[in-house]
Design a protein around this ligand. Structure first.
Ligand code: ARG
Length: 495
C-alpha cells in the first residue's frame, strides 16, 4: 500500500481543534475531558464509520479514486493495528475519535488523512457509534437471556406435574405446579427480549451526515453511509440525530428491567435454598463457602444478581438525570451516556452466564414441595369454590370455608383432618345433604391444580401448553440474537 510519511505523527498528540486558541488545554481540562478510558471500545465502529464516510466523500467527488483507495488501505492498516494492540490511545488523546485520527495520520500522512474529517463532526459520529455498539450488544444480551429461558424451560419440563405451595404475601395461598412457578419467570424474560427486538427498530436509523447539528454542505449521501453501517434509515432531523439519547436511555431501561426480572427469580431461589424451605439445592459449582463457617454453602450468584439489579437501575437513573433539561443540540453532557450503558452491558455479560449455570444445575426436592403444597390451609379456596358449584353464594362460601380453617386450627391439623361430622356441622343449612367424600376430592393439591384449567391456569395441560408457546417464541428469537446489525463497512474491515 502507499503510505505517506508517517514519522512525524507517531505517538505525537494531536488536537481536532485549536486554530482559534492561543494556548493548549490546561492539564486539568484535559483530564476532565478525556474519555478514551471508556470510549475506546467504540474504535471498531469508528473505523467502520470512517470507511463509509470515505466512500461518501469519494462518491461526492471530494476524494479521487486513488485517494479513496489509499485511505481505505490506511483504514485497513489502522484496524489491524487496533486489533493487534500496536495502536492504542495515548495519554493526550481526548477521545477515541481523536486517537483514531492520530492513528490514521500516522499511516496515511497529514494531507490524505486530513481529508477524512470533511463533512462530519464528532457529534454525528458519536451518536452513530453508540447506536452501532448497542445494536450489537442487544443481540448478545438477547442470546444470553435466551439461554436463561432455555434452562428454565428445561427445568419446567423436568418438573412435570410436581406441585408446590403457591404464595401471595409470602403466605401459603394455593397449590401450583412447580413448572407454572418457573415459567412465571420465563415470560418476563421473553418480554425483555421482545423489548430489545422492538428497540432495535428505533435504533435502526443513522445519525451519520447530521454533522455538528445542521447537516453538511458537501453533498454527501447519508443513505449510502447508513446502509454501509447496517442502518435501514437515516434520522429525519439532524438536530434530533445529534442531540437525543432516548435510544440509549431505552436500551438502559431494558437492561435495568432485565436486572429486576433476574433479581426476582434470585430472591425466590435464595428463599427456596434456605434450610427452613429446603425446596432447592444448588450445585457446588454454582455456590460458595464461608471462610469461617465450614458448613456453609451460600447462594452468592443469586445474591450478586439481586445486588447488581441495584447497579443496573442506578445506571439508568444517572443517565436519565444527565439527559433531563439539556438544550436541544449537542452538549458535552452527552459524553456521559456511554459509561452507564457500558457498565450495564458488562454487568449483564458476566452475570447472565453464571445465573444460567446456577438455574440449569439446581435440583428441586419434589417430595418436599408436594408435602408443603397443601399445608397452611392452601385448599380453602377450593372448598369455597366447591360450595359455589353447589349453589352457595361466594360470600357465604368464603365464610363457611373460613369456618373450616378455624376448626382445623382448633384441632391443630389441616383442612383434610376435619372429620365428616366437622364438615357436616359447618355446612348444614347451606348445602342439602353435602357429599363429604366428593368434597374431600378437592382437598388434594393435585385435584386443586387440575381444576384450574382455563388458559394461563396451573393445570398440567395448560402448563404444557404454555411451555410449548414459550419454546416456540424462544426458538424464534434466536434469529434476532444471531442476526448481524453491522453493515459492510464493519465487516469489510481487516479483521
Ligand atoms: N467525546 C464526545 C462524546 O462522547 C464526542 C465529542 C464531541 N465533542 C465536541 N466538542 N463536540 O460525546
Amino acid at each position: 500500500m502507499t503510505t505517506h510519511d508517517t514519522t512525524d505523527n507517531a505517538n505525537h498528540p494531536i488536537a481536532l481543534w485549536g486554530g482559534r486558541f492561543s494556548s493548549g488545554p490546561s492539564k486539568a481540562l484535559a483530564a476532565l475531558s478525556k474519555s478514551t478510558q471508556f470510549d475506546w471500545r467504540l474504535a471498531d465502529d469508528d473505523i467502520a464509520g470512517s470507511r463509509a464516510h470515505a466512500h461518501a466523500l469519494y462518491r461526492a467527488g471530494l476524494l479521487s479514486e486513488k485517494e479513496y483507495a489509499d485511505l481505505s488501505l490506511a483504514l485497513d492498516e489502522l484496524q489491524k493495528r487496533v486489533d493487534d494492540g500496536t495502536f492504542a490511545p495515548i495519554e493526550e488523546d481526548e477521545d477515541e475519535a481523536t486517537a483514531l485520527e492520530r492513528g490514521l495520520l500516522e499511516i496515511a500522512g497529514n494531507e490524505l488523512g486530513g481529508k477524512l474529517r470533511a463533512g462530519r463532526s464528532r457529534n454525528d459520529q458519536i451518536a452513530a457509534l453508540i447506536r452501532m455498539f448497542l445494536r450489537r450488544s442487544a443481540r448478545i444480551i438477547a442470546g444470553l437471556l435466551l439461554s436463561v429461558c432455555d434452562v428454565l424451560i428445561k427445568q419446567s419440563k423436568n418438573a412435570e406435574d410436581a406441585v408446590m405451595p403457591g404464595r401471595t404475601h409470602m403466605q401459603h395461598a394455593q397449590p401450583v405446579l412447580l413448572a407454572h412457578q418457573l415459567m412465571a419467570h420465563v415470560w418476563p424474560l421473553i418480554r425483555d427480549i421482545q423489548r430489545l427486538i422492538d428497540w432495535d427498530l428505533r435504533a435502526n436509523e443513522s445519525p451519520y451526515g447530521a454533522g455538528a447539528l445542521a447537516g453538511n454542505t458537501l453533498g454527501l449521501n447519508p443513505e449510502e453511509v447508513a446502509k454501509e453501517l447496517g442502518f435501514a434509515n437515516v434520522c429525519a432531523n439532524s438536530i434530533d440525530a445529534t442531540a437525543s439519547r432516548d435510544i440509549v436511555a431505552e436500551f438502559s431501561f431494558i437492561a435495568a428491567m432485565i436486572g429486576v426480572d433476574i433479581s426476582r427469580l434470585s430472591e425466590e431461589i435464595i428463599i427456596w435454598n434456605t434450610q427452613e424451605f429446603a425446596f432447592v439445592r444448588l450445585d457446588d459449582a454454582y455456590s460458595t463457602g464461608s471462610s469461617i463457617m465450614p458448613q456453609k454453602k451460600n447462594p452468592d450468584i443469586a445474591e450478586l444478581a439481586r445486588g447488581k439489579a441495584g447497579r443496573l437501575i442506578g445506571d439508568l437513573t444517572g443517565l436519565m438525570a444527565t439527559l433531563k433539561g439539556l438544550p436541544t443540540a449537542y452538549a458535552r453532557d452527552l459524553q456521559e451516556d456511554k459509561e452507564a450503558v457500558f457498565d450495564q452491558i458488562d454487568t449483564l455479560e458476566v452475570l447472565l452466564p453464571a445465573f444460567c449455570g446456577m438455574v440449569e444445575t439446581m435440583k428441586f426436592d419434589l417430595q418436599r414441595l408436594k408435602e408443603q403444597s397443601s399445608t397452611g390451609f392452601a385448599l380453602a379456596t377450593d372448598i369455597a369454590e366447591w360450595l359455589v358449584k353447589h349453589g352457595v353464594p361466594f360470600r357465604n362460601a368464603h365464610t363457611l370455608s373460613g369456618l373450616c380453617v378455624k376448626r382445623a386450627e382448633e384441632i391443630g391439623g389441616d383442612l383434610a383432618d376435619l372429620t365428616d361430622n366437622d364438615f357436616a356441622n359447618i355446612l348444614q343449612g347451606f348445602v342439602d345433604e353435602p357429599n363429604i367424600s366428593e368434597l374431600r376430592k378437592v382437598l388434594s393439591s393435585e385435584g386443586s391444580v387440575a381444576a384450574r384449567c382455563g388458559r394461563g391456569g396451573t393445570a398440567f395441560v395448560r402448563v404444557k401448553e404454555q411451555i410449548l408457546e414459550a419454546e416456540t417464541k424462544v426458538n424464534n428469537y434466536y434469529n434476532f440474537a444471531n442476526s448481524i446489525s453491522d453493515g459492510i463497512a464493519y465487516r469489510s474491515s481487516a479483521k
